[in-house]
Design a protein around this ligand. Structure first.
Ligand code: ZN
Length: 480
C-alpha cells in the first residue's frame, strides 16, 4: 500500500503562500503488533471516574510526585521503525495531571504507558507525536535510516514498573514497540540538579498539580539579549492567554520563562550557509523546506528546562523570519519577531496542546497522511470513516454532508478577509458543516468550517469544533 506519512501534527504556515514542494509518496509496510491491555475490569480501579480526592490517593499510591524523564532514540526509515532507551533521569516536581491517569484523551501517533508489572494494569498513559514520524513521509526516508531524539515524561513511580512505548502509522497500526522495566531505586537514574538558569513566572495559575504548566525557553538569544527574551516571552503569554478559549480559562494555565544564553544571535539558516552556535541547535530548512524551523536536539531542550516543572514547552527562537511548528505533546517552536507571531503561536499551540490538525490543503495532487480507511485522531478532521466520533452532534439539522462552500469561499479569502463584514466572517468561521479539503489534501479529508485559526492566519478565531476540542483538553488536564 502506498501512503504518505507526513506532517501529522506539524505545520509550516506559509504566511500567505502555500508550500509548493512535492511531497513524495513512500511505501510503508505497516507491521501490526498484538497489543495486550487489561480491560477496565482487570484494572484496580477506574481512575477516570474517581473523584478528585480519590484520584489524588490513587496517584500517591503509585507515584512519588517527582518526574521521570525518559530519553529515547526513535530510528529507522519509511518501512521499519525501532525504539531504543537512551537514558533515564529524575527531574523536578511532576507538573502533569494526577487524575485521568490511565487514559490519553487523544490517540496521537505514539503512546507511553506506565504499567504495573504484576497485573499489566495501565497506571499512566499519555499520547504524543514526533518529528521522526513526519520525516518518514519524505523521499529521504526511503533511502536512509536515521535516528531522532525524543524525551518523554511520566510521573516517577514508587515501585518497579514497566514502561511501554508505541509508535503508530497513519492507519493507527503499531509499527514499533519497546517495553522496559524501571526500578526506582536504580542508582543510574540520573538525579537532575537545578541548572540555575534565570527564570520568571509570567503567569501563576495555581499549584502545579492543578494547572497546565507551560515553559517558554530561549533559543538564539545571546547573554546580552536576556531582557529581550523575557519581553518576547511576555508577548507569547499575551498572545496565548488573550485568545479564546484560553482567555476565559487563563487561570488554568501557569507560564514560566527560562533564559539560557546562546553564543550566537538567531537560529541557523542552512540555505544561506549560516550556521550558528545556539542553545538547542534550531534551524530552518528542516527536511529541505526553507521556512521550516525546528530543533531536533530535544535532549538539549529538556536539559535547559531542567527541574522547572512543565507539561508543554515553547521554544522561542530569536528571529524575525516567519516560521514555527507544533508537535502534539512534544514541542512548539516559534520565531519571535514576525508580525504574524501571535496568530502563528496560537495555531501551533493548537497542534501541540490540543492535537488539532491543519484545516488547510494544497491541491488535488497532494497526498495525505490521512488515508480513507482510517478516522484521523485529530478532533477537527474527518475522513467520514467514523464521523459520529467527531462533530456530527454539532451539525445544524439538514446540513448536507459534504457541505457545499459559499460563494465567498470560492475567492481567495485570505486576500479579502479584511474587507469582510462581521457577519460574513462569522458565516465562514462559525457555520459548522463538513467541508471537503483539509489535512493537506483537497479530497477525502473534511474540516468543520470554511475558515478557522487552524486554516489561515487571517481568521481571528478557532472554529466551534476546535474550540470544543480545546475546552475538552483543558477540562481533561484540570480534572473536570
Ligand atoms: Zn477549526
Amino acid at each position: 500500500m502506498i501512503l504518505l506519512f507526513a506532517a501529522l501534527s506539524v505545520t509550516v504556515l506559509a504566511g500567505g503562500k502555500q508550500q509548493t514542494e512535492t511531497r513524495p509518496s513512500v511505501a510503508v509496510a505497516p507491521r501490526p503488533m498484538a497489543e495486550k491491555r487489561p480491560s477496565a475490569a482487570e484494572a484496580t480501579q477506574s481512575e477516570a471516574e474517581a473523584p478528585q480526592q480519590e484520584a489524588e490517593v490513587l496517584f500517591s499510591r503509585h507515584f512519588t510526585g517527582a518526574t521521570l524523564r525518559l530519553d529515547y532514540v526513535f530510528c529507522g526509515d519509511a518501512g521499519h521503525q525501532a525504539i531504543y532507551l537512551q537514558g533515564m533521569s529524575r527531574t523536578g516536581v511532576w507538573a502533569g495531571r494526577r487524575h485521568n491517569l490511565s487514559r490519553a484523551l487523544l490517540r496521537g501517533n505514539g503512546l507511553v504507558r506506565v504499567k504495573d508489572p504484576a497485573s499489566g494494569a495501565v497506571l499512566y498513559e499519555n499520547s504524543f507525536s514526533t518529528l521522526f514520524q513526519e520525516w518518514q513521509g519524505y523521499e529521504e526516508a526511503r533511502h536512509v535510516q536515521k535516528a531522532f531524539e525524543n524525551c518523554l515524561q511520566v510521573p516517577f513511580p514508587r515501585d518497579t514498573v514497566d514502561i511501554e512505548v508505541l509508535l503508530s502509522d497513519a492507519h493507527a497500526k503499531v509499527t514499533a514497540r519497546l517495553e522496559h522495566r524501571v526500578v526506582p531505586q536504580d542508582i543510574l537514574i540520573r538525579q537532575v540538579q537545578d541548572n540555575l538558569h534565570h527564570r520568571h513566572t509570567l503567569k501563576e495559575g495555581g499549584p502545579v498539580e492543578k494547572t497546565i504548566d507551560i515553559v517558554i525557553l530561549s533559543e538564539g538569544y545571546t547573554a546580552a539579549q536576556e531582557e529581550k527574551f523575557f519581553a518576547d516571552a511576555a508577548r507569547a503569554r499575551d498572545a496565548l492567554l488573550g485568545h479564546e478559549p484560553f482567555a476565559s480559562r487563563s487561570d488554568a494555565f501557569s507560564i514560566r520563562a527560562v533564559f539560557a544564553p546562546s553564543q550566537a544571535d538567531g537560529p541557523s539558516i542552512p540555505h544561506l550557509g549560516k550556521w550558528n552556535n545556539t542553545l538547542t541547535d534550531s534551524h530552518f530548512d528542516t527536511f529541505y523546506s526553507e521556512r521550516y524551523l525546528t530543533t531536533s536536539a530535544l535532549q538539549k531542550v529538556w536539559d535547559a528546562v531542567g527541574t522547572v516543572p512543565f507539561e508543554h514547552i515553547i521554544v522561542l527562537v530569536n528571529t524575525p523570519v516567519y516560521g514555527g511548528g507544533g508537535i502534539y505533546n512534544s514541542v512548539t517552536i516559534m520565531g519571535s519577531d514576525h508580525p504574524t507571531f501571535p496568530q502563528v503561536l496560537v495555531h501551533e499551540f493548537g497542534h501541540a496542546f490540543g492535537g488539532l490538525g491543519d484545516e488547510y490543503f494544497y491541491g488535488e495532487q497532494a497526498e495525505t497522511p490521512y488515508p480513507a480507511d482510517t478516522e484521523p485522531w485529530e478532533p477537527n478532521l474527518t475522513t467520514l470513516k467514523d464521523f459520529a466520533s467527531k462533530w456530527q452532534d454539532m451539525l445544524p439539522p439538514g446540513t448536507p454532508v459534504p457541505t457545499p462552500t459559499d460563494e465567498l469561499e470560492k475567492q481567495d479569502v485570505r486576500k479579502i478577509w479584511d474587507t469582510l463584514s462581521a457577519d460574513e466572517k462569522a458565516l465562514l468561521n462559525h457555520r459548522v458543516g463538513v467541508y471537503e479539503g483539509a489535512g493537506y489534501q483537497a479530497k477525502g479529508v473534511y474540516r468543520p468550517v470554511q475558515e478557522c485559526r487552524m486554516k489561515i492566519n487571517e481568521c481571528e478565531e478557532f472554529c466551534p469544533v476546535c474550540t470544543r476540542a480545546l475546552v475538552r483538553m483543558i477540562d481533561y488536564y484540570c480534572g473536570e
